[in-house]
Design a protein around this ligand. Structure first.
Ligand code: NAX
Length: 333
């Protein structure tokens, strides 16, 4: 058996974490032979609830779960981490301005970034889920200067999976038959779900998604808006935000970081835009198509970008730039 890895989940008393932990504990993310110490962080008023979660994890009797630690202290939570999954954030409350929301989250992710810097392994892989996920990830990255920027990413895999599913539903195939959709930009309604590089396997025959769908107006219209608005649609129906699908997407994202992406496939992930990839301004945490090998992502190069895509990619970059500017005012304050 290899040495146990330490994996932190924040927002651990919340609904996404509740759906997520079984998969981490049962070996579906890091492998059936990889022991895991699961560290769970939430805020002090949630410690009673967190006790219940810890009890349930013990009661699940997973052979790969070496230890469970529930805490409200950052110095305990961030110690010697191999993986940090930052789910907890300040939710938008009624009457709250976007600026106030950003300010509250800068405070949380500045503090957690500093804790990563101080207590975690320099090899730690950090995945930010809590919204606004891209900008929270950028804040944490900025606050952890001793950890390589490439170790940080934010979750846009749920949007990616939603895009796969919409194409699969349209064609009557399974999501596993569709690959290489792209989510560009922000995990918000300005994101650009792009099917123009996707392919589909229908009865053993591979073709481009555009040729298989044969409906350009759907690809450029309802497909995009359905994926962009899917989170809101789930809230409207369930009266709660996506949790099961979000947890599944986190597992997909972290598993791909750990084991790499399959040959010939890329996935979407928010990463730093250093080097101006696809004309996206430097220093944004922007979702790109990536491949992953040896726990290191690489942005897919050379994809053709037409005028329609360009406009949508720029629009979501503009929103991220504005979020960044506001967040960094608070960061340096
Ligand atoms: P819940 O409200 O159920 O849980 C959030 C938990 O975070 C609560 O237990 C809360 O006490 C805790 N928390 C708050 N501040 C904290 C801090 N400073 N340290 C540790 N814990 C803290 O929300 P849930 O539905 O689980 O969603 C969690 C986050 O994921 C939200 O920000 C949500 O917007 C975001 N999402 C992001 C997605 C993405 O694709 N990036 C998709 C799903 C989800 O909407």
């Amino acid at each position: 058996m290899p040495e146990a890895i330490r994996v932190l989940v924040t927002g651990a008393a919340g609904q996404i974490a509740y759906s997520l932990m079984q998969s981490i504990a049962n070996g579906s993310v890091f492998g059936k032979d990889q022991p895991v110490v699961l560290v769970l962080l939430d805020i002090t008023p949630m410690m009673g609830v967190l006790d219940g979660v810890v009890m349930e994890l013990h009661d699940s009797a997973h052979p790969t779960l070496k230890e469970v630690i529930g805490t409200d202290k950052e110095e305990v939570a961030f110690k010697d981490l191999d993986v940090a999954i930052l789910v907890g954030s300040m939710p938008r409350k009624e009457g709250m301005e976007r600026k106030d929301l950003l300010k509250a989250n800068v405070k949380i992710f500045k503090s957690q970034g500093a804790a990563l810097d101080k207590y975690s392994k320099k090899t730690v892989r950090v995945v930010v889920v809590g919204n606004p996920a891209n900008t929270n990830c950028l804040t944490a990255l900025r606050s952890a200067p001793s950890i390589p920027k490439e170790n940080f990413s934010c979750l846009t895999r749920l949007d990616h999976n939603r895009a796969l599913a919409q194409i699969a539903l349209r064609l009557g195939v399974s999501s596993g038959d569709v690959k290489n959709v792209i989510i560009w930009g922000n995990h918000s309604s300005t994101q650009y779900p792009d099917a123009s590089h996707a392919s589909v396997n229908i009865e053993g025959k591979e073709s481009s998604a555009l040729d298989a769908v044969k409906d350009d107006s759907w690809i450029k219209g309802d497909f995009i808006s359905t994926v962009q608005q899917r989170g809101a649609a789930v809230i409207k129906a369930r009266k709660l935000s996506s949790a099961m699908s979000a947890a599944k997407a986190i597992c997909d994202h972290v598993r791909d970081i750990w084991f790499g992406t399959p040959e010939g496939q890329f996935v979407s992930m928010g990463v730093i835009s250093d080097g101006n990839p696809y004309g996206v301004p430097e220093g944004l945490l922007y979702s790109f198509p990536v491949t992953i090998k040896d726990k290191t992502w690489k942005i897919v190069e050379g994809l053709k970008i037409d005028a329609f895509s360009r406009e949508k990619m720029d629009l979501t970059a503009k929103e991220l730039q504005e979020e960044k500017d506001t967040a960094f005012e608070f960061l340096s304050a």
